[in-house]
Write a protein that binds this ligand. Structure first.
Ligand code: NAP
Length: 298
């Protein structure tokens, strides 16, 4: 039987609807309107699209968007000043600096300058440390989306064997911590892992986040496993009648995986939409925490 397709678009739309309802109640009952500041440095077409989509989603959910576009030549001092201003602005509950940053700017200095209470990307070492310590915190959006998607397949993840391919601070490490917090047995694989295919075949839950187009083949997947494909890669387009310049593919060979897995996220339309929905959720949570209110429990 072909795998169940985990419809990230629909699941994200449902979450966004819940966030919008909660934002509406917050405004009506407390006069609070959560705000998100997104900072984009330089002219990168893909990042511009991401930022535009994020802002649109923010305003559609009833929150305020404070976007700031800076030139590629911006100095580290100017960027730090801007973050300082957002840290001190009560209308801004969340701050996100779109990566990558130009080389004259020290990435760590920038990420560490963001007030951890407003760090909706969850990249600040304080939030990273809290996550690793099992404390409540703002959690990176993509990993949060991955776990929420897995939970639409498994009511409980406890006891499952998971393999996460990739150990980046953005995806691999935080998703592993989140899974551990769900009582999953986690193996983290990376570019030096020996016999990756055999390691993957152990997984009830396979999270592919290495940025290698269609590297996970059908015979790497345990029959019936749940596969969360985080990868977003540009691959050469189709030839022939439906010829196209390029197409977006994941880290998993979808056509093969769909015949083996029990459930699978598509690319596009899987993890991607959840990342934005979780950013909205994090902004709402940050606003609640900053106002001494309980965080959303949906
Ligand atoms: P990254 O920082 O480049 O990290 C890639 C990780 O994969 C590294 O840990 C690397 O291992 C590992 N890796 C690379 N080649 C490998 C191989 N041949 N075998 C095993 N492991 C390998 O990437 P990232 O930022 O985590 O992103 C990963 C993918 O997710 C990318 O396609 C990215 O576009 C996508 N992504 C999607 C979203 C979304 O919203 N859907 C969000 C973020 C990222 P080493 O540590 O040993 O080098």
């Amino acid at each position: 039987m072909p795998a169940r397709i985990i419809d990230g678009k629909a699941i994200a739309a449902d979450l966004r609807g819940k966030v919008a309802d909660a934002v509406h109640r917050l405004r009506r009952d407390r006069g609070i309107v959560p705000g998100l500041a997104v900072v984009l440095v330089g002219k990168n077409a893909a990042s511009e699209v991401y930022v535009r989509n994020k802002s649109k989603a923010v305003t559609e959910s009833g929150m305020h968007a404070f976007d700031q576009y800076l030139p590629d030549s911006v100095s580290e001092t100017d960027l730090l000043d801007l973050i300082g201003r957002f840290n001190g602005d009560a209308r801004v509950n969340g701050i996100l600096v779109q990566l990558p940053l130009p080389t004259q700017v020290n990435l760590h200095k920038i990420l560490w300058a963001i007030d951890p209470a407003k760090d909706v990307d969850g990249f600040h070492p304080v939030n990273f440390g809290r996550l690793a310590s099992g404390l409540p915190t703002l959690v990176p959006c993509t990993p949060l989306g991955c776990v929420r998607l897995a939970k639409t397949v498994h009511a409980s993840l406890a006891g499952l064997e998971a393999v996460v391919i990739g150990r980046s601070n953005i995806v691999g490490k935080p998703v592993s911590q989140l899974l551990l917090a769900e009582d999953v047995t986690v193996t983290i694989a990376h570019s030096k892992t020996r016999d990756l295919a055999a390691v993957c075949r152990r997984a009830d839950l396979l999270v592919a986040a290495m940025g290698r187009p269609e590297m996970v083949r059908g015979d790497w997947i345990k029959p019936g496993a749940t596969v969360i494909d985080v990868g977003i890669n540009r691959a050469p387009g189709q030839e022939g009648k439906k010829a196209s310049k390029s197409r977006i593919v994941g880290d998993v060979a979808y056509a093969e995986a769909v015949t083996v897995a029990g459930a699978l996220t598509p690319v596009p339309g899987g993890v991607g939409p959840m990342t934005i929905a979780c950013l909205l959720l994090n902004t709402l949570s940050a606003a609640c925490m900053q106002n001494g209110l309980p965080t959303p429990n949906f």
